[in-house]
Design a protein around this ligand. Structure first.
Ligand SMILES: *[C@@H]1O[C@H](CO)[C@@H](O)[C@H](O)[C@H]1NC(C)=O
Length: 378
């Protein structure tokens, strides 16, 4: 008996050692079934160039980050003229004149000089069949984001921190870009100090995406709302985007947290929204959002007052979910937050036949989401 139990103890140790170099858990919701690099032998990049090469080649890979990869300065600095649409106060972000944005859209804004890191402006190319995972809390990518475009499929990004991408500057760079993808899982990722979007799904179809247990940290000294809260959170405007947002901790933002437009269906479930000085959801024409079991704490406006799309907030009961989801939806919970009441139900049928995440009560989510979300927690 003693012998048998020590064998099983060794087996358990081996199993945990094996999983330490691989993805932990599995995606829930729309991207259920994503496998990333599968069981490819893990690789451990040592330099920026190795990381870029592993992410951008055409092989299935499990790429493990054991340190910070700092791209700051790696492509030099650019200087020029920009603009200050939100004022020249020291707490305000200013904008790079990217593609003439200041000249064309901000004609009356004061001109300012800008100096920014070029590496931040375009993310690292990530190809299909990759798992990018961090070891403990060591996996950090600094000064450059990740970019998945042009038909990339089957990618897992887990337990890494993307940070410090020209945070003073709008158009300074995005942390994670999807534009023309399918089956992407972003889990236990932290993003902080970003110039533009923390997560952006562009105009091409990004199809099935799950963003779970992640921390969007909008705390910043340079904000478009000049108040320490980052405006550019999560932007979902593709021609066919199915996004499960589950168990995320989204805090110190002031807008687009998230924005839905294009032809986007967002299932926002059991997220913890905290310290938002503007709005959380922005639901524009073409966007549809089911928000259930979320917690809003100190969120000035859980939804931007102009709703051009469809939004179901479960405020009149979750029964309308039953036929499409096969269950009732969970009510949201609020502390020191604004109103969140919208009962569009016509779009709920779009959940039919899809993988839909389960929902816990908001009271339970209130107890664990902040502690579990982000990097170094798995
Ligand atoms: C990804 O993996 C799948 C399954 O092994 C394979 O069919 C596909 O060709 C791979 N994609 C790329 C771009 O390598």
């Amino acid at each position: 008996m003693r012998f048998a139990s020590s064998i099983s103890a060794v087996a358990a140790l081996l199993a945990s050692a094996a999983s330490a170099a691989g993805v932990v858990g599995a995606a829930e919701g729309f991207a259920k079934g994503v496998t990333g690099g599968g069981n490819a032998s893990p690789v451990y990049p040592k330099t920026n160039a190795e990381l870029v090469s592993y992410l951008g080649d055409n092989q299935a890979r499990v790429i493990v980050l054991t340190k910070t990869f700092d791209f700051t300065g790696s492509e030099g600095t650019a200087s020029g003229s920009g603009c200050a649409p939100w004022g020249t106060g020291s707490a305000c972000q200013v904008a790079i004149n990217q593609n003439g944005w200041c000249d064309n859209y901000q004609k009356s804004a004061p001109k300012v000089s800008v100096s920014y890191d070029k590496a931040g402006t375009l993310g690292i190319t990530v190809k299909s069949n990759k798992s990018l995972i961090g070891q403990g809390s060591a996996g950090v990518i600094k000064g450059k984001g990740l970019r998945l475009t042009g038909g990339v499929k089957n990618v897992i990004i887990q337990n890494i921190h993307v940070t410090s991408i020209n945070p003073k500057y709008v158009w300074g760079g995005d942390a994670i870009t999807l534009d023309g993808t399918d089956m992407v899982w972003i889990d236990h990722v932290k993003t902080s100090l970003i110039g533009r979007q923390h997560i952006v799904l562009g105009e091409s179809a990004s199809n099935r995406v799950t963003i779970s247990n992640s921390e969007i940290d909008g705390s910043t000294s340079w904000s478009a709302t000049c108040d320490g809260h980052h405006y550019w959170g999560i932007y979902v405007t593709g021609s066919s985007d199915l996004v499960t947002l589950k168990g995320n901790y989204i805090h110190h933002t002031s807008g687009r947290s998230p924005k839905a437009a294009g032809n986007a269906l967002i299932h926002a479930v059991n997220n913890y929204f905290y310290a938002n000085s503007g709005h959380a959801f922005e639901v524009d024409a073409g966007g549809s959002v089911l928000a259930e079991g979320n917690v809003f704490q100190n969120v000035k406006a859980p939804v931007d007052s102009t709703v051009g799309g469809q939004l179901f907030t479960v405020s009149n009961g979750g029964g309308a979910c039953s036929s499409a989801l096969g269950r009732s939806c969970q009510a949201n919970a609020f502390g020191s937050s604004g109103a969140f009441s919208r009962a569009d139900t016509g779009f709920l049928k779009n959940f039919g036949g899809k993988n839909v995440a389960s929902a816990d009560t908001a009271a339970n989510a209130n107890g664990y989401v902040r502690d579990r979300a982000g990097v170094g927690k798995i």
